[in-house]
Design a protein. Structure first.
Lengths: 213, 213, 213
């Protein structure tokens, strides 16, 4: 198995896990089976589509290999029929989800770098690839995206993407950069889960303040 | 009237009907006249714009012929000033809406096929063209998109798009494929309305389950 | 300072102000610091990214000069740490916001015109550039976008964009067109604030009406 095959396998794995989390959200909202599949697909591949649409990479990568879609649909059907069983393995799903987060962040950041973006652009592409599917999922069920309010999640992806940019600028091989970036994101995310790390939250203030736009 | 003129007329008709449904949603939320027009326009042409942005078809088709926009604005103004009258014809609007659904699904699927997508991609493009405007409308008024939770609606579009793909792969003329796809979608949607067909919904389960991402 | 430098400075200024309003919304929802920065960035540059994605202008303009991002992040941090102080200057922020609205509307409309769009397309691009960031912000925190329901805000941008189209069609220099469009939007917005102008709102009607799609 070559390096790029290894990353391709991880990419497929992350897609499946993300699709499963999307399907669970659909189950929580009691959507019908189509809704479950739509949330599976967009959570699984939505981040990559968003990235490619913003970069102008046509057609978006997932359309060139339909195995991504079949994985999402498979994951969605699995959850639709066996949600209560999978739920017992939720801690495992969350660990796998951290792997997907790291792989997607590294892949998205590298693509942004290859398209000539600067450091902030690379961070945005990495983070968007990693959490964009989840944000679309949350918007579709009319929730405030979890990544904006809780947990150390998107931040892990952003730091991984930043690491990729630094590795590339330092002249490292892109395979090495990917491993560094993905590993950093995964480790940060798992540590944050274990130690319940949260970012500081904005405090509401009580100064008299008119309705604002 | 040639075949493509016929489809162009149906496309305009579908755009107008979709715009009317968008305007009604705006009225329900008591938006101002600008909000009514924005929902009219995005419900009418949003699905097509979304499809073209994902396919990388620039500029999106509706920008090349502004009659689409004028129809949306006309439909929006009509609803703004006469909503209570049009509401009496709601059953007719729903039947016309099924026609729009079928035409948009067929057009979107054909465009996806022409851009070289596989079967899932073609289904996504057809369905997105058909229901994307409605999804944007629902997101803008902060509702969970109706197509994810209720009715046999997007599914009819998806099956029509699949039929188009099958017809094209079988070597049929694209005009014939379009008619088959649109007719299938329309008939399925009308039958589902008449017999109140619903897809199975996900059941919430009560297994102990921690907050999940 | 040349004319284009002047507009570039105004563009940066508008980006910063928009970022500040985005950060305030995040504070209102008690997001964490990442959420504050995400809302800052997308409110500041989201409208321009949306415009460039629809026009097919790659990479979106903000990615070619990262100063936009740094301004957004700076504005977000400022609000995160000093929100209650800035809130006392809210009336000034709203006036500055009107300047940003005008500049963004003019820039977006000109870009739409240069890409060959017709009058409605130019109005859409101008308005989308001006209010798109705010709409993304509102969607992310699961609110109905304010521009659809209240105030004379997007309408000022739309009329400015229409003015730009008229000036360009009349053969005026694009710098002059920009000044006319931006000034018109700013003046209309400030007058609307001063005199509390609102567009007519749709009235809900009580005719018996079944659940509609």
């Amino acid at each position: 198995m070559t390096g790029s095959e290894f990353f391709f396998a991880l990419d497929l794995f992350g897609t499946l896990i993300f699709a499963i989390t999307g399907a669970f959200r659909a189950v929580k909202h009691e959507l019908d089976i189509l809704g479950v599949l739509v949330l599976s697909v967009f959570t699984g591949v939505g981040g990559g589509i968003l990235r490619d649409v913003i970069l102008g990479a046509y057609p978006p990568a997932v359309f060139t290999n339909e195995i991504y879609f079949f994985l999402c649909i498979g994951g969605g059907l699995l959850v639709f029929f066996t949600a209560s069983h999978i739920a017992r393995w939720w801690n495992l799903v969350k660990i796998f989800d951290a792997v997907g987060l790291g792989v997607f962040a590294a892949l998205g950041a590298l693509k942004g770098y290859e398209y000539g973006l600067g450091p902030i652009g690379v961070i945005m592409m990495g983070t968007m690839t990693a959490v964009g599917g989840g944000v679309i999922r949350d918007i579709l069920v009319s929730e405030i995206p979890a990544v904006l309010a809780t947990d150390f999640y998107a931040t892990a992806a952003a730091l991984g993407a930043l690491a990729l940019w630094a590795c590339q600028v330092a002249g490292l091989d892109s395979g090495v950069s990917m491993i560094v970036a993905a590993a950093l994101t995964i480790v940060l995310r798992l540590l944050a889960m274990k130690f319940q790390v949260h970012l500081p939250r904005a405090r509401k203030f009580t100064a008299p303040l008119k309705k604002r736009r």
